[in-house]
Write a protein that binds this ligand. Structure first.
Ligand code: NAI
Ligand code: MG
Length: 358
């Protein structure tokens, strides 16, 4: 019997709504499977907490989170708290503090009709982004000078370390090997303009491709990558990108899948020195929050990624099958997918299907 301790941070807006559905699915699985149990501890950190306490999370928040097997996060950010505070003081603090240097984001089409591109089959859209997650453009290095004056200067410096860049690329090559799809890694660069950071990035990529000679490689500038993702998505397998480029391109990728309501993600510390954190790609969507309109599939898929990471791929597979089956009844889906179902109803249906497929 495996009893997992999971820290739950629903966060803000639709983060709270979709989290309920993710937990519902995990509880359904543990009810059906006596070998696995979850102990959830909820943390009400986020923007509301900030407005009450002047901070996004407890000062000893990381210390508190250390003892868990994994962290599940909904989304953070809400009008009234500047986005750079909500993001940096909670999300990035955990990603960086727990050295979750891999951000894994699968882009996989589940039903052809959800793809906005014409004539695409489900197998045409099946790639995984390996995004560097602790440094790069989001390192938080910079400052203002002569703030508020007409001579003001703002600086934001990217940080690329050899250690992390090498590990991220290695992870991507290993993943390409294990996926056995196209045996290919695509590197996203912009070394024509970013003549230090991205020249360095390209150099490390070349070094690693010389080691993994059985894996094909290609390297495109980020602007061209965004074009190819639309023109020929079937040519991508594993894509390795810096923090900023990966962030931008995975929203584009989410659109290929049918929208942010499908986009799952994992912040991974591969060495398992710290807990990894599982969170969907989307934000707190304040304009639809509290109305039961949010699509919970991204969060449920994210829970599947947590199960995979904990070594329960069989249960993860069951979740995926149930999501795919739920997609057959379009009317019962949330409005982003053209249905009239609520967040809660979609979660309930997926749980029912999980129970039925046993
Ligand atoms: P967003 O992802 O919240 O929303 C973008 C668009 O997608 C909106 O039209 C929204 O309604 C829709 N959408 C997103 N998730 C959906 C779902 N599950 N079902 C149906 N529709 C969905 O991004 P936006 O608007 O840029 O940011 C809103 C807030 O979220 C900001 O405060 C931002 O800082 C924060 N944010 C937080 C993230 C996180 O916690 N990881 C990631 C991205 C944004
Ligand atoms: Mg993003």
């Amino acid at each position: 019997m495996k009893n997992y301790k999971i820290a739950v941070i629903p966060g803000d807006g639709i983060g709270i709504e979709v989290m309920n559905e993710g937990i519902k699915v995990l509880n359904t699985l543990s009810k059906l499977n006596k070998d696995i149990a979850f102990n959830f501890d909820w943390y009400d950190w986020g923007c509301e907490y900030y407005l009450k306490h002047g901070k996004m999370m407890d000062e000893d928040g990381l210390e508190k989170l250390k003892k868990y097997d994994a962290i599940l996060l909904g989304a953070v950010g809400f009008p009234g708290v500047p986005d750079h505070i909500s993001l940096r003081d909670l999300l990035l603090k955990i990603r960086q503090g727990f050295n979750q240097y891999i951000n894994l984001r699968p882009i996989k089409l589940l039903t052809a009709q959800d793809c906005p591109l014409k004539n695409k089959k489900v197998e045409d859209i099946d790639m995984v982004f390996v995004r560097e997650n602790t440094e790069g453009e989001y390192a938080g290095v910079g400052g203002f000078q002569r703030e508020g004056t007409k001579d003001e200067v703002a600086l934001q410096t990217s940080v690329f370390t050899r250690k992390t860049t090498e590990k991220v690329m290695e992870y991507a090559f290993q993943l390409a090997k294990s996926r056995k799809k196209l045996n290919k890694v695509t590197s996203v660069t912009k070394s024509n303009a970013l003549n230090y950071s991205m020249v360095f990035w390209d150099r490390i990529f070349k070094e690693k491709s010389n080691v993994y000679t059985d894996i094909k490689t290609e390297s495109f500038h980020v602007d061209a990558t965004s074009m190819y993702m639309l023109q020929r998505p079937e040519s991508f397998d594993v894509v390795v990108a810096s923090n900023l480029f990966g962030d931008i391109l995975t929203d584009l990728g989410a659109t290929l899948q049918g929208g942010l309501g499908f986009a799952a993600g994992a912040n991974i510390n591969p060495e398992r020195e710290y807990p990894s954190m599982f969170e969907p790609v989307h934000g707190s969507a304040p304009e639809i929050a509290g109305k039961g309109l949010a699509n919970p599939i991204a969060m449920i898929w994210t829970a599947k990624m947590m199960l995979d990471f904990l070594g329960h791929e069989d249960l993860g597979e069951r979740i995926m099958k149930s999501i795919v089956e739920a997609l057959n009844n379009r009317e019962k889906l949330t409005p982003d997918l053209g249905g009239s179902g609520t967040t809660n109803e979609v979660g309930d249906r997926i749980c029912k299907i999980i129970e039925n497929i046993g």
